[in-house]
Design a protein around this ligand. Structure first.
Ligand code: HEC
Length: 470
């Protein structure tokens, strides 16, 4: 296209880009010089995320990779944080969509479309969007040779574009602190209100050094949130934070007590049946935190800078809160029922929305509504053992692919019908199933970011991507 277009239109490439021709016309000739047949390519959903013009190539690429339209016309994934892709999805690999994405990626590179958008925030977001797809492509079953070729061809092109839109370290440092922006917008109350538990809140000091919230790390430098870091491909850092109602000192004192407790994990007593095999259990006498304690899980975006270095940002992609409304003690039940005790909790989640971020609405942080749904695969961190793509199956099966976000929390953090235990027993960053719980210590944001970067550097997909970055 680089050779064809200027010749046909009689203008240079620079002016093409200036006038927005780079990738903004839907019916440009394909890289081979033949006009793409619309029926051969299928219809692309129209989105206006990276630009107001849905034909803008950044929008078309985003739409082709992220937005899914089912056979009956339902649209999923428009401005969703993570791509609607399951481990066994065929989307992107079926001939039609594959050819379409391939052509878009070639068009993107041939006319240097990386330069079309200069806003560092959009470039950052676009890179993280492409990086997620790259990692999905890199993760394949080696038995599927045809898939392998398709994955490799798309991955090669994506890798190069990821490098082309990369920001400098300084530009990354200059990206907004969207949590501070959200707090500053005063869109949300600063505190949990026990009398209005449905109201989402954003505490201004959540991430402040030496504020009331303590950022929990694991002694020895292991990850505090290994499941999340792993599940989200190591592209985000995760922070676990805790606040006792009496503030920082009380929280630090509590953590000290927890660390000094002599036998947090103990053999399962005969009278404490509980579910599953007779594996060790958390000691019911563990020091407990008080009612009103709040814990948070914060997901922070990481990017690749123009030197190929994985670099944390100040962009928060998601926040989850749990507020403990009661903490039943072991005296409330016979010992064998202890695992089935659970704390009543209020759950909250905020997710980054691209459109809100770009239009400077509350730092882009969107409070998840009580009925809002998400792909169950993401919500349950891949633990449901469902790897096939529900959007590729018919009607009734598809419904099982989605779940209500705020109803999912009790499945893993204690609720009716699930085991877990009250208070500290339901703190998943402490309860490591049947192994010794970690020593939770007070760490800095940088400490946890470094742990996340170290973990990503060990991924196979990172090695692959490094070879492609320009
Ligand atoms: C599939 C299981 C699962 C579901 C569902 C789940 N979480 Fe978690 N959550 C975890 C795990 C595991 C951790 C520990 C961190 C890690 O290892 O990644 C965690 C950690 C947390 C933490 C930090 C404190 C802690 O317990 O360690 C908060 C806060 C939290 N989750 C809130 C929520 C909210 C709110 C929801 C519902 C929107 C939710 N979680 C749904 C598994 C889950």
């Amino acid at each position: 296209m680089q050779k064809l277009l200027p010749h046909r239109l009689g203008i240079g490439l620079t002016s093409l880009a200036l006038f927005g021709f780079c990738g903004s016309a839907p019916d440009l000739p394909s890289p081979t010089g033949e006009a793409p047949k619309p029926d051969a390519f299928g219809k692309l959903p129209k989105v206006a995320i990276y630009d107001r013009d849905p034909h803008h190539i950044w929008n078309r690429l985003y739409a082709a990779l992220y937005v899914r339209t089912t056979k009956d016309g339902q649209v999923y994934g428009n401005d969703e944080l993570d791509p609607f892709l399951w481990p066994d999805s065929k989307y992107l690999l079926t001939e039609l969509r594959y050819q379409q994405v391939l052509a878009l990626l070639d068009e993107f590179q041939a006319t240097n479309c990386a330069k079309l958008i200069r806003d560092p925030l959009k470039k950052a977001m676009f890179q993280r969007d492409l990086w997620a797809i790259f990692d999905w492509l890199a993760d394949y079953d080696p038995e599927h040779q045809k898939e392998k070729r398709h994955r490799r061809e798309l991955g090669k092109r994506l890798g190069r574009i990821i490098g082309q839109v990369a920001l400098s370290a300084e530009e990354i440092r200059g990206l907004p602190d969207n949590y501070a922006v959200a707090v500053g917008s005063k869109t949300f109350p600063p505190k949990h209100d026990p009398s209005d538990p449905k109201k989402p809140f954003l505490p201004p000091e959540l991430l402040a050094t030496d504020g009331p919230w303590v950022l929990l790390g694991v002694r020895g430098g292991l990850l505090a949130a290994p499941f999340h870091v792993q599940f989200f491909g190591g592209r985000s850092a995760f922070f676990v934070l805790m606040k006792l109602p009496q503030g920082r000192k009380a929280t630090l004192d509590y953590l000290q007590k927890l660390r000094s407790f002599p036998n947090p994990l103990m053999p399962r007593p005969a009278d404490r049946g509980g579910p599953g095999p007779p594996l060790p259990i958390l000691n019911p006498d563990l020091p407990q935190f008080p009612v009103g304690t709040q814990v948070a899980l914060v997901r922070e975006m990481m990017l690749i800078d123009n030197q190929g270095t994985i670099t944390p940002t100040r962009l928060i992609e998601a926040i989850q809160f749990r507020v403990f409304r009661d903490i039943p003690g072991k005296e409330n039940v016979p010992l064998e029922r202890f695992d089935f005790l659970y704390s009543r909790q209020d759950f909250y989640e905020f997710q980054l929305r691209r459109k809100d971020l770009f239009s400077e609405r509350a730092g882009g942080l969107h409070p998840v509504g009580s009925q809002e749904e998400e792909s169950a695969y993401h919500l349950f961190l891949g633990s449901l053992q469902v790897t096939s793509d529900p959007l590729e199956s018919a009607g009734s099966e598809r419904s099982s692919g989605m779940a209500v976000i705020l109803k999912s929390c009790t499945h893993c953090h204690g609720g009716p019908h699930v085991s877990g235990g009250p208070g500290i027993h339901s703190l998943r960053s402490y309860r490591r199933d049947f192994s010794q719980p970690p020593d939770l210590v007070d760490v800095s944001r940088q400490w946890e970011e470094e742990a996340a970067v170290r973990s990503k550097r060990q991924h196979y997909s990172w090695g692959l991507l490094q070879g492609l970055l320009e």
